[in-house]
Design a protein around this ligand. Structure first.
Ligand SMILES: [Zn+2]
Length: 265
């Protein structure tokens, strides 16, 4: 007598698809989740940066609390608070006499406590959910936040049109204007417009993000040619700046020997 037939091929195929499809979908779904989550969290990072400048609310304690919680949750030290206003002011000053970064001890200790509390919270979460869950849900998006703000800061301060000064040429307004706005497309809005209002931020860092565009448009006519924006696609701009802005050299031809410009190799 013949043995019963094997299940039809369709069943086997359907089973394979059921097994394989979620796996393939996850290859696409995870990067999409990481990108979206990193973008949204970068928006929150911008809010905490703003709190460090006491620009988010009218109350110092609200800015301190919101800034501390958000920065700690995103594995970041409260830069503006620790270094006061110096962060932006030291990016283009070349001589040690120009850089006046004096970290406030209280802010450093507090931010250490925040980071240690976060590490402890991650430890508890790993024990409850497992390391790969925490890495996928939290680790990669936070890494994305750090990549985004390094990229944004790099592009704000790296461009062939941006001079650097030593102490013979440096003054506050020159340095404040040595930055350029960038266009991150639809991400501008998600990043609370920090990308295309940075010239304004260098001049008046206590203007909140929800008035930044309006304020930028108001100072543009006043600044005239001193206001700079480059709308090159971000990926293209990133590659171009990495190739063209390698080192700086003094402007030998002009009488301003203390002004330095970017050069490529
Ligand atoms: Zn700032």
């Amino acid at each position: 007598m013949r043995k019963p037939m094997k299940p039809p091929v369709e069943t086997t195929l359907a089973d394979s698809i059921r097994i394989v499809a979620p796996l393939q979908a996850s290859y696409l779904a995870w990067p999409v989740y990481w990108f979206c989550q990193a973008s949204i969290l970068t928006g929150l990072w911008v809010i905490s940066h703003e709190c460090g400048h006491h620009a988010f609310s009218e109350y110092q304690w609200i800015d301190d609390t919101v800034g501390f919680v958000l920065y700690s949750a995103l594995f970041t030290r409260d830069g503006p608070k620790i270094f006061k206003r110096v962060l932006h002011e030291t990016t283009v000053g070349l001589k040690s006499g120009v850089a006046r970064a004096t970290p406030g001890t209280h802010a450093v200790v507090l931010s250490d406590i925040g980071i240690l509390a976060l590490i402890y919270a991650i430890k508890l979460l790993v024990a409850a959910k497992g390391a790969s869950w925490v890495a996928c849900m939290y680790g990669v998006p936070v890494l994305g936040v750090h990549m985004f703000f390094v990229l944004i800061t790099y592009l704000h301060h790296t461009h062939l049109s941006l001079p650097h000064y030593d102490s013979t040429e440096w003054n506050w307004i020159r340095e404040a204007l040595s930055t350029i706005d960038r266009d991150f497309g639809f991400l501008n809005r998600i990043f609370h417009d920090v990308t295309h209002t940075h010239v304004l931020h260098h001049l008046i860092s206590y203007i909140p993000h929800y008035h930044a565009k309006e304020a930028r448009d108001a100072i543009k006519p006043v600044l005239g040619e001193f206001y700079k924006i480059d709308r090159t696609l971000i990926f293209k701009a990133m590659l171009r700046e990495a190739k063209e802005c390698i080192y700086i050299e003094p402007d030998e031809d002009s009488e301003h020997k203390g002004t330095y410009w970017y050069h490529k190799m």
